[in-house]
Each structure stands twice: as structure tokens, then as C-alpha cells.
Design a protein around this ligand. Sequence first.
Ligand code: HEC
Ligand code: HEC
Length: 329
Amino acid sequence: MADKKRIDAETGTETTGHNWDGIEELNTPLPRWWLWTFYATCVWGVIYVILYPAWPLVSGATPGIFGYSTRGEVAAEIDRVALSNAELTQSLERIDLAVLEENEVLHRFAVAAGASVFRNNCSQCHGAGAAGVQAAGYPNLLDDDWLWGGQIEEIALTVRHGIRNEADPDAHWSQMPAFDDMLDDAEITALVNQVRWMGGLEAEPDPAGAALFADNCAACHGDNGIGNREIGAPNLTDAIWLYGGTPEEVEHTIRYSRFGVMPPWGERLDEAEIRAVSAYVHGLGGGERPVADPADAAPVEVPEATYPASAEETPKEAGEPPVRPVPTE
Ligand code: HEC
Ligand code: HEC
């Protein structure tokens, strides 16, 4: 195969000496422009390695003499935004939540900040659109049905301490008994009918069920079943179910009870974040107003806004809240 190199007579170019069945390969030089571009990229590569992070190491990469990093850039950007919002954040920490809504600038800031706190911390349970997950007992936060109270301060309390968790001694606490051992099957069936009838579902009113309800359930759920927010006992007369209203679901709740747990956020979020996410949840549609006159509350100075207005203030993508039928309160 390998032959001697020689000058090809036809083209005047040197051959490589490779020869296949009489076909020889010419050793044509690379075009100048290509060669110089190639050298230029080599030089650029060396300069880049010296200036910028390049070679991967065990943790991180060689820093380069500019010390540039995309992470550093993000951190600087976050610091810049935090600084520009520092005054608003401080006002949010101090303001009486009852009058937050009246401070339009601060309220807008809180709702926008709260939306991102919600996305990062709450959406895994309550859903991205806050519509909840009934199968898991994560309540819908879009409706005006509240277990523990829908005023912004009540929401902030729930968020700060959580519900039925061991971590926070101030968590909301209550426990529905499991009636599996206490009542027989016929009694439980009667109660399922009674509960479904109270909730406006297709079920026969049942005198036995009504009597059992008065004896066993009314202490927490109220004589008419409208619930009790002091202990987070759900209203059973609306069409909104925390765990579901089918006969099977209601029976499961009565037999075994449920015990919904929410973690406390007082440790994990700072004061401004708790207040912001409470303002966000309050603004989702079901927020309640205090009965007392909020004009008595101490005023708080609110600085000029320097942040960009957010388009995410009232996400309603999870659809309309369920319709309440005939409220019997
Ligand atoms: C691990 C799951 C989980 C996470 C995460 C979670 N929650 Fe909850 N949340 C629950 C459960 C369960 C309940 C209902 C408990 C009950 O039965 O009373 C609840 C109830 C609530 C309530 C009371 C609703 C009412 O009707 O009174 C509010 C308000 C609330 N959550 C807000 C939040 C916010 C804000 C966050 C994020 C900072 C959050 N939750 C994160 C599980 C969670
Ligand atoms: C000690 C108070 C207490 C008693 C007594 C009690 N409950 Fe409850 N009940 C609760 C609480 C609190 C919840 C919220 C569930 C949870 O997350 O643990 C609840 C939830 C429910 C639910 C779920 C509602 C939904 O929206 O999915 C039903 C149904 C129910 N109770 C029916 C009954 C019936 C029927 C009785 C009587 C046999 C009864 N309860 C007795 C406190 C009580």
C-alpha cells in the first residue's frame, strides 16, 4: 500500500504515498484562511481558560483570573433585589395585618412575594393553584370555607404554627375520635346517611342518625353540623368536603377519623415571608375581613415602590371555587 512520496505529474502536488489499486492520494495543503482561523481559536481557547472558569475539578472548576461565576451573578442579583425591597420588607414585618390591604403598595408587594413563597413551600400539598387535594385532605384555599379561620391574622397563625404537628407546641390541635369501636355498623350507616343528608347530598334523613349525631358529633361539629373553627371541625352542611362526601369516604372518616397534619412554618420562613404568604392566601378569593374597625390600628409609613409589578398576583388557574348550595347557618 504505502508507496514512495512523489510529485504528481498532473497537478504538481506531492502525494501522501498511499496507493490503492493505482489510485494515489494527493497531499493538498489546507487553505490559509482555514489554518489561521484554527490557530486563532486555539489562542482564544488558551486566553479563555486563563480568564474564566474552565477545567472541572472535584467541587467546582478552575476559577480563572476574572473570578466570574454565573452563581455569583445570581447571588449579586438577589442581593440587589433584596436591598431595593428592604424598606418594603421591613414595613411588612411591622404593619398591623388587619390594615395591610389599605396600603395598596405594600399589599401588592406582599401578594407578589407571597405567591413565590407559596410556590416554593405550599404548592406540593395545596396544589400550584391552591385548589387543594381532596384525596389527601389538603384543603382548597380558594374557597370561602375555612377550618381554622379566614381572616388574614388567622391565616398567618395557621401558617406560623401549623396544624396537629409535634414540632410546634402552639400548633392548632384537635382530634376527631375514631368511632369504629364505639358504634356498630348500623349506627355508622345511619350517621353516614345523616352526614350526607346534612351536606345536601342524596340521602334519606334518618331519625336514628340525627339522634346519634346529637350524642356523638354535635359537641364538635355543632348542633346543625356547621362546624367549629376553634377546633378546626369542618362545616358538614356545605358542599365542600375536606376528605370527600361519597358514602365510602364519609364512612372512612367516621370509622377511623383523619388527623390532617400541616407543618409549622415559623422556623422555616421569616416573618415577612409568613405575612406575605398569608396575604397571598387571603387574597385568593375566600379571605375574610375583621369585624372590628381597622381604622384604630397604628399607621405604618410605607415607602415608594421600587419593585416591578408582578403578573402573578391573583392566579386563578385552578378553576372556580366550588359553589355553596343553601347555607343553613
Ligand atoms: C405537608 C403538606 C402541607 C404543606 C406543605 C402545607 N400545608 Fe397547609 N394544610 C395542610 C393540611 C393537611 C391542612 C388541613 C389540616 C386540617 O385538617 O385542619 C392545611 C391547612 C392549611 C390552612 C388552613 C385552611 C383553613 O381552612 O383554615 C392554611 C391557611 C394553609 N394550610 C396554608 C398553607 C401555607 C401558606 C403553606 C405554605 C407556607 C402550607 N399551608 C403548606 C397541609 C400542608
Ligand atoms: C372531638 C371533636 C370531634 C368529634 C366528636 C367528631 N368530629 Fe368529625 N371532625 C373533627 C375534626 C377536627 C375534623 C377534621 C378532620 C381532620 O383533619 O382530622 C372532622 C372531620 C369530619 C368529617 C370530614 C368532613 C369533610 O369535609 O371531609 C366528617 C364527615 C365528620 N368529621 C363527621 C363526624 C361525625 C359523623 C361525628 C360523630 C359520629 C364526628 N365527626 C365527631 C372533629 C370531631
